[in-house]
Design a protein around this ligand. Structure first.
Ligand code: FE
Length: 208
């Protein structure tokens, strides 16, 4: 039963198991590199299937890319967010200030890393990384934290699942202009209600 859609809507088992495994992982308090490596394995398993994200968290907005909170750890140790990119949408150059993992679920996106030049500007660093479904990218202040992300497709919606080492919608971060200017921002979330991962009444035998 666990891997198929139910008549009542998408199966939330995959996402519930993922957040349970993440909670176990962050509880171990490992060095960041180990959290990223083991978190990558968990997120890759989640985005290896595209049968679990409820439609409400897949909706693009013509004005700007959407950030739907799917789960926030009660202790603020991590959050899981569905990023929905309409055709041609992109972020500004920005940082995260905490570790992050980006797993591609549907469509494709390009992540372009940026580095500071000696005169204080921001310049693209290397070629953009194209993420296809099933692939995971990591960011953090210790491995490279500044990038610009865009929907790789001009004509279709793309969706990636992001995990951060904090309640990311509440974190004070920065966006950057190529001339070096820096503006503070807090990303917030596009949704006011979250998917219900915890109603196990229809299938109590697989409750965990
Ligand atoms: Fe980012």
């Amino acid at each position: 039963m666990g891997s198929t859609r139910t008549a009542g809507g998408p199966n939330t088992t995959r996402l519930r198991h993922f957040v349970q495994q993440l909670a176990t992982l962050v509880e171990r308090g490992l060095p960041e590199a180990d959290t990223l490596s083991q978190g990558t394995t968990l997120l890759a398993a989640l985005v290896a299937h595209d049968d679990w994200l409820p439609d409400a968290y897949t909706q693009p907005n013509p004005e700007r890319y959407q950030q739907y909170l799917l789960h926030a750890d009660a202790l603020g140790r991590f959050s899981v967010v569905s990023f929905v990119w309409g055709p041609g949408q992109a972020t500004p150059i920005h940082d995260h200030t905490v570790w992050g993992l980006i797993g591609m679920l549907r469509g494709a996106e390009d992540s372009q890393a940026y580095a500071r030049t000696p005169d204080g500007r921001w310049a693209p660093q290397g070629a953009p990384l194209r993420l296809h479904p099933g692939l995971v990218e990591a960011v953090s202040p210790s491995i490279g934290d500044v990038h610009r992300v865009s929907n790789a497709w001009e004509g279709q919606t793309s969706i990636s699942i992001h995990v951060y080492g904090a309640n990311i919608g509440a974190v004070q971060r920065s966006v950057y202009l190529e001339d070096g200017a820096k503006k503070p921002f807090i990303s917030g979330y596009s949704n006011t209600t979250l998917p219900n991962l915890w109603d196990l009444s229809r299938n109590p035998a697989t409750a965990a």
